[in-house]
Design a protein around this ligand. Structure first.
Ligand SMILES: [Zn+2]
Length: 381
């Protein structure tokens, strides 16, 4: 877990002190109140925080919270900080303690329920999180936050139908994430339908995915699989070709598949098209194609030869590798790199840095959609 920056703790501590002083002097209140002395236990609590005894500090703050109603917002802040720091049990204690208070104002109770649900989600207690988020959805001012969090719960449960339902509710209040997220839910449902052998249902779901957003390479790949299963090889090849055109990062996994679909007689024509397409974009796209081709054992393919040599000459890292090995034989080094690629982590999530050998549409670590990028080139450094 990342350490919380010291500044964040200083801000919370400052907020606690201000909260107490406000309580002490009656700031921010229209009503006279009995003047209370600054409680010495607060300073003890701060001491515990500073001396890194967080459990003792938390005990102290919870005890004091019961005695001082002015610090509620500060305790919400403290709970959020604990959750973000990964100390979910402490966050749960704070929010449960708030909810146990009889005199808690309704807006604070609703806020505490939302916060506790977020704690449960972070702790992986999905059923408890789901129940609380559903209750909070009934509160108009918190509805968008609670629905969006509920969408996250269903994603983690792989309950794509429910996730799609919540997405539609969010769309009705204009609080939905981008439409490609709904298209991914529809593709997940189509994949399940294909596994059950319900091809017509899958095709309908893929049509709905394409209606959400176009182009959508994932839908094209799945539709291609259905076509291939039905013996429509040309259609399958065309759909896969479109998918890698729209999303070249798919080349690394899909190039061998595409080559199988076009057959030996279509290989060179396909490679020529891919080279022309990559060269028309930029050097990084050509490099991507060359690495995908090397990984697919196409180092000897004639349409690729000039591109492979150009990438080896112009890419600084590969140029250094060639010189280090004191070998002018690009082809041999390309084979060696191909062997390395077979073992390497090939993809990395742009959002959280999670890396692995498999491609995911939905990052298993941070749950972002479409955040995986081909990465093996970096691993060679
Ligand atoms: Zn991620």
């Amino acid at each position: 877990m990342p350490e919380l920056p010291l500044l964040a703790w200083v801000l919370v501590v400052a907020a606690l002190v201000i909260g107490i002083l406000a309580g002490h002097f009656g700031w921010g209140s229209r009503w006279p109140r009995s003047r209370t002395k600054l409680h010495p236990d607060y300073l003890t609590g701060l001491d515990y925080l500073v001396s890194e005894q967080p459990d003792r500090a938390l005990d102290m703050f919870l005890k004091l919270m019961d005695a001082n109603a002015d610090t509620i917002e500060t305790h919400f802040a403290l709970g959020t900080l604990y959750r973000r720091r990964g100390e979910v049990e402490r966050a749960i204690r704070i929010h449960q303690n708030l909810l146990a208070r009889q005199e808690l104002a309704s807006e604070h109770r609703e806020q505490a329920m939302l916060a506790l649900a977020q704690d449960y989600l972070r702790a992986g207690l999905l059923d408890r999180a789901e129940g609380l988020f559903q209750q909070v959805c009934e509160v108009p001012r918190l509805r968008a936050s609670a629905l969006d969090a509920l969408r996250g719960v269903y994603e983690r449960q792989h309950d794509w139908q429910q996730a799609l339902g919540v997405y539609r509710q969010l769309a009705r209040i204009k609080a939905a994430p981008p439409r490609f997220v709904a298209a991914h839910y529809l593709c997940e449902l189509a994949t399940l339908a294909m596994e059950r052998g319900e091809t017509d249902n899958a095709r309908q779901l893929l049509r709905e995915a394409r209606a959400e957003t176009k182009p959508f390479p994932r839908a094209a790949i799945l539709r291609g699989q259905i076509a291939e299963g039905a013996g429509q090889t040309d259609l399958a090849a065309r759909l896969l070709r479109n998918a890698v055109y729209e999303s070249p990062k798919l080349l690394q996994d899909e190039l061998p598949h595409l080559l199988r679909l076009v057959g030996p007689e279509g290989r060179d024509k396909l490679l020529e098209e891919l080279v022309a397409q990559a060269a028309a974009r930029d050097f990084s796209e050509l490099k991507r194609l060359v690495f995908a081709a090397i990984a697919a054992d196409l180092t000897d393919a004639k349409p690729l030869r000039a591109s492979i040599e150009r990438v080896f000459a112009e890419d600084a890292t590969l140029h250094a590798v060639c010189q280090e090995t004191r070998s002018p034989q690009v082809e041999r080094i390309a084979h060696e790199i191909g062997a390395l690629l077979a073992q390497a982590e090939k993809y990395r999530c742009n959002e959280c840095g999670f890396a692995g050998r498999s491609f995911y549409w939905h990052c298993p670590a941070c749950h972002s959609w479409d955040s995986f990028e081909a990465y093996a080139i970096v691993k060679l450094r």
